[in-house]
Design a protein. Sequence first.
Length: 216
Amino acid sequence: MILKIYNFGIKGNVMSNSKLILDIIDKSDYNTLFTAKDFYKVTNYQNAKLILNRLCKNGVINRLIDGIYYKPKYVKMINDFARISPYDFAHKIAAIYNWSICASGIAALNLFGLSTQVPNTYVFESDGPYREYIIDGALITFKHTNNKNIKNISYKTGSLIQALKYIGLENINDAIIKTCASKLNKYEKEELLSNMYVVPAWLTKIIFKIGIYYND
């Protein structure tokens, strides 16, 4: 995709900055999410906000919600734009507000290939306040947790723990352990094992099995 350089009726550094921002967007993957803060190395927040707003008005990028834009991907087969990943959106919101998050429930199961169910609601535990957003017809909920460990573990580790909790000990078998292990690289398994202390006692053995599965 080659983005056209629009003359926004602005001159000088702002016009130069608009070209730099367009170049960054052009080199990004489709459905990449952007905010004005993402271009702090190019220009100040207000200029970036102005440029993104103008790009949106000219159809170069789309607005997802107020302040968040994306590079759209048109899909001929469905005669519509590709949907934004709820997981990408959750990460973007977390980055904006500096929240630590992890997927929960069905959203966590999907992340690790443990369910083929496509949920209408994606729940994420967060150390921020309760929030809800509707994106492409899906409800994305951030549920506040008092678990202080959420700041000390990675998104993937936290989400895996939530997935296993959702499944329950009586339903966890070797196939589930193998599937979970296949979604983690060597370093992610090491990180998982190093945080075994944050899981309930009944999960410790399961976490250990996942952490050592197929490790070199």
